[in-house]
Design a protein around this ligand. Sequence first.
Ligand SMILES: CC(C)(COP(=O)(O)OP(=O)(O)OC[C@H]1O[C@@H](n2cnc3c(N)ncnc32)[C@H](O)[C@@H]1OP(=O)(O)O)[C@@H](O)C(=O)NCCC(=O)NCCS
Length: 177
Amino acid sequence: MDDVLVGPLDLAARVDEALAVQALAFGLDDDEIAIRRQIVLRHLMYPGARALGATTAANRLVGFVYGMPNDRAHWWSTVVEPYMRRTGTEQWLNDSFVITELHVLPAYQGRRIGRTLITTITDTAAEPRSILSAIDVESPARALYRTLGYTDLARPVHFPSAATPYAVMGAPLPLRR
Ligand SMILES: CC(C)(COP(=O)(O)OP(=O)(O)OC[C@H]1O[C@@H](n2cnc3c(N)ncnc32)[C@H](O)[C@@H]1OP(=O)(O)O)[C@@H](O)C(=O)NCCC(=O)NCCS
């Protein structure tokens, strides 16, 4: 990551760049980008929402993370709650920092940028734990989350908007190094 710096990101101002990163890293079509754009801008108005970016010396955005303290009234929390109640992990929804998105451009993956983004944003969280949802397959993302101490809290979790099942994962903060 020699030429890439991780620091605060004005995600509202750079939302189109961030969604371009997400489109290449995660796969989003134009319709999904338009929907995500509205969702991201709404998320940024929630209390405690924060973003970090990974930028090159030329200020090109190559990765980003954002999240916020969980609010049990938010859509994501209401979807995962019944699954977590069934596995007895519902208390993870309280006093928890949610990682909403984490993406690194494919050409920049494998250089510890993703790890730096998620550990840096959670290091400044006031909450004692972090939760997130990830597609329920053995992906680089899930491998990363496991090395940081995240374990499966509920799976498979079905979001009404998604075709593939997800896993909800949680880790104590600060994340394990
Ligand atoms: C998940 C993601 C953000 C990780 O970013 P990254 O900068 O490539 O990750 P890092 O270089 O910091 O790797 C950290 C750890 O992730 C795991 N990892 C990364 N790439 C991996 C791969 N190809 N296969 C298996 N594990 C991998 C390893 O545990 C690695 O630890 P190590 O550095 O000690 O080997 C990136 O792969 C990505 O954007 N993926 C597509 C989008 C996505 O799935 N986002 C998450 C949505 S839930």
